[in-house]
Design a protein. Structure first.
Length: 468
């Protein structure tokens, strides 16, 4: 392997082949701190040609490689296994905004650009790149594409797949496929772009992308509604969609327990209501006309919801700071959970119409199997996506409870599948949910996936052990 590393050094320079444990450490542990892998080295190329040369070297020496962006993924996709035989290939130095085309409403970016950098470049050109998630200060667009990330604006703009028109990919053979087309219509055979999006680095390395841009809204307005139940939240969603159409850009459900957890762990954050309510919905409306228009729409819709007893109360933010405060409540739920201790997480999707029934049916199943367990249930209700996390009862330690992970997963995922849902909505499969995928996908579907993997990566060097 000395020859291999010597060759890698000749490609990227000594400083960008890290093989000392302390230098590699930040690249080897996942964001949640659940797993630390080992690697032969961490490679840090600065150009597409360098990525291609490194992949060719991996193919020649049969070295597995793990593509990594911001390492914020939540399913152990971006860290190597414990064997120490793979390299991590970090895309972080490919971070140039290559071109902004405000007339075509597209921008072409390197895969290692941080999401926030992409949002800011779009804003500087008077446009909006709408992908938004709590990790946007450190996740990369290549990671967003590879996990087909969702976030808080899917309801209006779709997930990352829908925000991408073209890709540039280094194949497992080290060839460069330039599919950087800014076309909204292009029916020329199999859609390779869609194959690489969501592939979690198992089919190739995304090095560049053409992204869609949108007009900047003239105004956005945020409100927090209090409700008696998830069923009321679904009624509110329909009512808001009827009243506000595509102006409704965010619709996030949070249970009472979620906000209590945030209040416990982050006492300085706002407490919008004097008394607790069973459920809350964080709403965002955006208007292409004016602030007055957005406020008018929201007031009308909230008035109708109060009149029909769909909601019990509501707080409307009347400043940018208040709006940010309400969003902080939502964004601090995962952080509050992390501070409170480990729990068993599920990122699931369901037909929107089944969500209330799923919540009503699954809680009692868990309570029967694990008395006293706590449900941290929140998520992007407008997209049918729940983060349905199960925390230990007060008298059981995190470690003891985590030993039940497979049993808890079975209860939750069986229920999800029973309601026609998916065991991974937006985080992907990685190594964490690989066995669950094998359990729930049909043999027909798994065989097609394996055939695609074998055709594109016959040596099996691309992020092995992830997804399949
Ligand atoms: C606080 C927090 C909030 C989050 N909120 C959301 C949310 O609301 N919605 C959501 O969908 N996700 C969310 N996530 C998870 C989400 O998947 C990531 O934040 C993000 O999309 C991953 O980007 P990354 O650059 O960090 O990728 P990494 O974690 O580095 O990698 C993720 C996967 O993509 C592969 N990969 C990375 N870059 C490339 C590339 N250039 N080519 C090929 N493969 C590559 C990796 O091998 C790995 O399998 C959240 C994560 C955190 C920590």
């Amino acid at each position: 392997m000395m020859d291999f590393l010597t060759h890698c050094r000749s490609v990227v320079g000594d400083a960008f082949v890290l093989d000392m444990p302390a230098d590699m450490a930040p690249f080897l542990t996942d964001w949640r701190g659940r797993f630390t892998g080992k690697a032969l080295a961490v490679l840090r190329p600065a150009s597409v040609d360098q990525v291609a040369a490194l992949v060719r070297a991996c193919a020649q020496w049969r070295v597995a490689l793990v593509p990594q962006g911001g390492n914020t993924g939540l399913v152990l996709g971006s860290v190597p296994d414990a064997s120490g035989s793979a390299v991590v290939l970090s895309l972080a130095r490919l971070n140039t905004i290559r071109q902004v085309d405000p007339v075509n409403r597209t921008m072409t970016v390197d895969a290692g650009c941080i999401l926030q950098q992409v949002q800011e470049a779009a804003a500087a050109a008077g446009c909006l790149f709408p992908l938004s998630l709590a990790a946007e200060g450190s996740c990369t667009i290549g990671g967003n594409l590879s996990t087909n990330a969702g976030g808080t604006a899917v309801l209006r703009y779709g997930n990352t797949r829908e925000l991408c028109l073209g890709l540039e990919v280094v194949t497992p053979q080290g060839e460069i496929w330039s599919g950087l087309r800014g076309l909204r219509k292009d029916n020329t055979g199999y859609d390779l772009r869609d194959l690489f999006i969501g592939a979690e680095g198992t089919l190739g390395i995304i090095t560049g992308a053409v992204l869609k841009l949108y007009p900047q809204p003239k105004a956005s307005i945020t409100a927090l509604a209090a409700l008696p139940s998830p069923a009321h939240a679904l009624q509110l969603l329909n009512l808001m969609q009827d009243h506000c159409g595509s102006s409704l850009t965010g619709f996030e459900l949070m249970s009472r327990y979620c906000l209590e957890l945030v209040a416990q762990q982050f006492p300085s954050l706002p407490k919008p209501f004097a008394a607790p309510h069973p459920q809350y919905v964080l709403l965002e409306l955006s208007s292409s006309e004016s602030e007055q228009h957005a406020v008018g729409l929201l007031e009308q819709a909230i008035g109708a919801a109060l009149e029909r007893d769909v909601i019990s109360d509501a707080v409307v933010a009347n400043s940018v700071a208040q709006s940010a405060g309400l969003w902080q409540l939502r964004e601090h739920i995962p952080l509050a959970q992390a501070k409170a201790g480990k729990n068993i997480k599920h990122d699931i999707s369901l037909p929107v119409s089944s969500i209330a029934d799923f919540i009503a049916a699954t809680g009692p199943l868990l309570e029967a199997a694990f008395p006293g367990c706590q449900l941290v249930c929140f998520g992007h209700l407008g997209d049918g996506n729940l983060h349905y996390n199960v925390a230990p009862p007060d008298d059981i330690s995190n470690e003891d409870f985590l030993a039940n992970q497979d049993k808890v997963n079975r209860v939750v995922h069986d229920s999800v599948v029973g309601f026609g849902g998916s065991i991974s909505a937006e985080h992907g499969i990685g190594a964490l949910k690989r066995d669950e995928l094998a359990h729930y996908k049909s043999a027909v579907e798994l065989n097609m996936m394996r055939a695609i993997k074998a055709a594109l990566d016959p040596l099996g060097i691309m992020n092995p052990g992830k997804i399949l």
